[in-house]
Design a protein around this ligand. Structure first.
Ligand code: MAN
Length: 354
């Protein structure tokens, strides 16, 4: 722990990290899992399930950077770059830039693991991984939110390719058959969390467009009659200079319905790419109205596994379970391992409203 005073409300599991890259096999013998991160979370058949983001690349050779992507035929191709190539910028472990083109250093897909106690997970046989499957997913699929409505699970996730980053929608009832609905929020957009019920007869979503000149990386809200066509976009929360969420923010999992309003746990990062979690409280009947917002993070990188790793100083969540007042947040720590932290919803609300 650090010696700076903190408003951290999280009770981290002693067992953390609960899943590490070595705990599940790679998708092929040619790949190595570098990171397990940012799982979607849901209940199905009395079990707790995580839809893990599995980020892979081949074993790295000294002096080189090698990473996979899907080529035009949808086959995995590995690109190799010499680290001493003056055209190569690899200052960020997550992305490289070569001759004006951006690439990701890993290729992500989704994998299902399940648990009886919410702490010990295994990968059951018979669930096929979800891979990027079209040109808009040539650099993979990432950070999936899962919400269930009337027996259908809705998956909103990041589709990544060289033409941009957008939000895809997939639906399933049985976790075996998936209906891909395509891109619902075009580039640049990510961090899309659907509300778990209609409000005034309409679906609602939080999403995160990025505007490079005017504007920034802000949380927006939109409404839809059918989950496919989105309109009436409004900006809900912007970055705040000098605070923990000064550079970017984005929603976490589906907002939690409470008596006080819709509670949304979101991530905010500063200019040093330090990712913390905070909360927004939205009006129950008109969620475009922000009632309150965290002054301080409700959770910040403090534990060793949150401070160092593939990309250190990162707590990122897009999945949780609610059981009465208990909120179990599953999160990616340092973009490398999966962890869980528990919160009291009451306590988060108190931190917002006092
Ligand atoms: C972005 C996304 C996340 C990742 C964070 C921190 O917001 O790519 O997947 O966890 O950055 O690196």
């Amino acid at each position: 722990m650090n010696d700076v005073s903190t408003y951290d409300l999280a009770e981290r599991l002693e067992e953390n990290p609960i899943i590490k890259p070595g705990d599940i096999p790679p998708s092929s013998h040619k790949m190595k899992i570098e990171c397990l991160l940012n799982p979607g979370v849901f209940k199905f058949g009395n079990k707790t399930w995580l839809l893990l983001r599995v980020a892979e690349r081949p074993e790295q050779i000294e002096g080189m950077i090698s990473f996979p992507l899907y080529n035009e035929e949808g086959k995995i191709e590995v690109l190799h770059f010499h680290k001493d190539d003056p055209e190569l910028d690899f200052t960020d472990p997550r992305v490289i830039r070569y001759k004006g083109q951006d690439y990701l250093t890993t290729l992500s897909h989704f994998r299902l693991v399940c648990s009886d106690d919410g702490k010990t997970f295994h990968e059951p046989k018979g669930n096929t991984p979800i891979f990027g499957s079209n040109r808009l997913e040539a650099y993979g699929v990432e950070d999936c939110r899962v919400v269930e409505m009337d027996g259908t699970y809705h998956l909103t996730y990041t589709m990544v390719s060289h033409v941009g980053v957008g939000v895809g929608l997939m639906q399933t009832k049985d976790w075996k058959n998936f209906e891909r609905k395509g891109m619902i929020f075009p580039p640049h957009n990510k961090d899309c969390a659907l509300f778990s019920e209609k409000i005034n007869g309409r679906y609602y979503a939080l999403h995160r467009p990025s505007s490079p000149q005017l504007g920034g990386n802000y949380i927006w809200i939109a409404e839809s009659p059918d989950l496919l066509h989105w309109g009436n976009h409004l900006c809900l929360a912007t970055t705040r200079q000098g605070k923990w969420d000064s550079a970017r923010l984005g929603s976490g999992a589906s907002p939690i319905k409470t008596e006080k309003g819709w509670l949304e746990i979101y991530h905010g990062a500063d200019e040093n790419h330090r990712y913390c979690l905070g909360a927004l409280l939205l009006d129950l009947h008109d969620p475009s109205v922000v009632i309150a917002r965290s002054e301080h993070p409700v959770m910040e990188p403090l534990a060793a596994y949150e401070l160092t790793g593939f990309f250190g100083n990162v707590i990122f969540t897009n999945g949780h379970l609610v059981e009465g007042d208990d909120l179990h947040i599953y999160y990616g720590a340092s973009d490398e391992v999966i962890c869980r932290a528990d919160f009291s919803i009451e306590e988060i609300l108190r931190s917002l409203l006092n």
